[in-house]
Design a protein around this ligand. Structure first.
Ligand code: UDP
Ligand code: MG
Length: 139
């Protein structure tokens, strides 16, 4: 089991000034930030990042949402990082997310749901590599 995962603090969170609050929660829950940057995703980056969803009906909207404003991308470290972040985030649809989870508190809709988190160790590795060189990461 890897101890790394990857997150995106999504455009709705950045727009509403929730970046700091979300990162603060992650730190409180024991995540260390290995690397962090603010980026405005290009259309190509957003399409590439979410390529696995390219056949889904929500794909086009998802790409325009993810390019609607800057995001923060981060590589995180914690024991059991992938599962732990998924729990901290809550369900994809904020209405169904557990009380106290990040999406329950900060998400607006099933699309504008505040935060991304990798769903497997393999995807975490690939998603970190999508945005960071290993030399940009440190604990
Ligand atoms: N999404 C959407 N409509 C849906 C399902 C997902 O707009 O019906 C968006 C939402 O922003 C979600 C992202 O697409 O976070 C990726 O979907 P996934 O099923 O991977 O959910 P996640 O892993 O983010 O919980
Ligand atoms: Mg996913």
């Amino acid at each position: 089991m890897s101890n790394r995962t990857f997150t995106i603090i999504k455009p709705d969170s950045v727009r509403k000034g929730n970046f700091g609050k979300i990162v603060s929660r992650l730190e409180e829950q024991g995540f260390r930030i290995l690397g962090l940057k603010k980026v405005a995703l290009t259309q190509r980056q957003a399409e590439g990042f979410y390529a696995v969803h390219s056949e889904r009906p929500f794909y086009k909207d998802l790409v325009s949402y993810m390019t609607s404003g800057p995001v923060y991308v981060a590589a995180l470290q914690k024991e059991g990082a992938v599962a732990s972040l998924r729990t901290a985030m809550g369900a994809t649809d904020p209405k169904k997310a557990d009380a106290g989870s990040i999406r329950a508190e900060f998400g607006e809709s099933i699309e504008q749901n505040a935060i991304h988190g990798s769903d497997s160790d393999e995807n975490a590795k690939n998603e970190i590599a999508f945005f960071f060189a290993e030399s940009e990461l440190s604990d």
